[in-house]
Design a protein around this ligand. Sequence first.
Ligand SMILES: Cc1ncc(COP(=O)(O)O)c(C=O)c1O
Length: 389
Amino acid sequence: MQPRILPYFSPSIGPEEIAEVVDTLQSNWLTTGPKTKEFEKQFASQIGSREAIALSSCTAGLHLSLVCLDIGPGDEVITTPLTFAATANVIEHVGARPVFADVDPSTLNIDAEQIERAITPRTKAILPVHYAGHPVDLDAIQDIADRHGLTVVEDAAHAVGAAYKGRQIGTGNNPTSFSFYATKNLTSAEGGMLTGPPEILDRARVLSLHGLSRDAWKRYQRPGSAVYDLEEPGYKYNMTDVHASIGLCQLKKLEAFQQRRLEIAEAYNREFQNYPELEIPVTLPGIDHAWHLYVLRFRHTDLTIGRDEIVEKLTENGIGTSVHFTPIHMFRYYREKYGYRPSDYPIARGNFERMVSLPLHPALSDEDVADITGAVCSIVRQYRKRLAA
Ligand SMILES: Cc1ncc(COP(=O)(O)O)c(C=O)c1O
């Protein structure tokens, strides 16, 4: 019998999202307009930030943050090697140099001690990623930033709904960029949201739409208001009302989505903790984990099979997986430009080689979760070096 196919990800889109998108399509406003404004308002109020700017992506929010901090050629920005390419690419986009600080082996988040070591007179900012939805040690990173006069820009692509010591991510004073990409905890198909201090957000808002002094919605709404000025050449990073329609519905479901993600992560942990060959993700005290990713690590010294073969076996069982992430310094562009060797960030690289991201999304049933844990555990039993006790 063919196994059931459990893809790595399936979107949780219901009739509410479909109706809201249709409503927008039937209205006379498709691009940035009332629904985008409403999405910004509701998102800010739900997480508890003063303000939020809806954008076309998290990448756009990260890029705008660096532009608004006037970071450019000759500057350095410290970030993690264990992230999606966008985090480092935006540093390249402003002409600055990404400098990597290796990760902490427990959370796989950027290691504060390594940040301190990577600081030079050219360092302007620290760009940590709340990897997998587990917040970084914000107090330790802020302390380093304050002592060295640096700004912290948070990549919160994975961290909608996460909290650090009771503080929701995105409610502090750092520019913080969220992702609503299709696979994220809250999606608008594509999209992002930027929160942070008013002086950054005011400029980011203007820069997100070409640098125009007033956006199209305002220009077309009121008679006599069609005249605008150009403050500085900006970008085309605005969110559309079609995307905001999806985001508004997803925001209402976020709490239930997060609850289901937590239940699934706990179900995985309960099964996998019985296997010494498996290293389950940690949640440090004081952390509310967003559980964007469930990253399981295999102890290869205890197994006769490598990560890639495990992925193949899971695929044969109909289970889709992913790997988050190939460390940035191993990519050709960064290798050739900066002369990195794979061994330069050994914790990121070593963990990359033994990690698999399992499906983690609210559409998974208990039966799906049992099939996934069953398949993983049976591979471990089949390929373990030591005999079961
Ligand atoms: C850590 C991280 N940062 C940034 C991004 C970019 O997000 P977006 O696709 O919304 O630009 C992603 C996307 O997957 C990500 O995982």
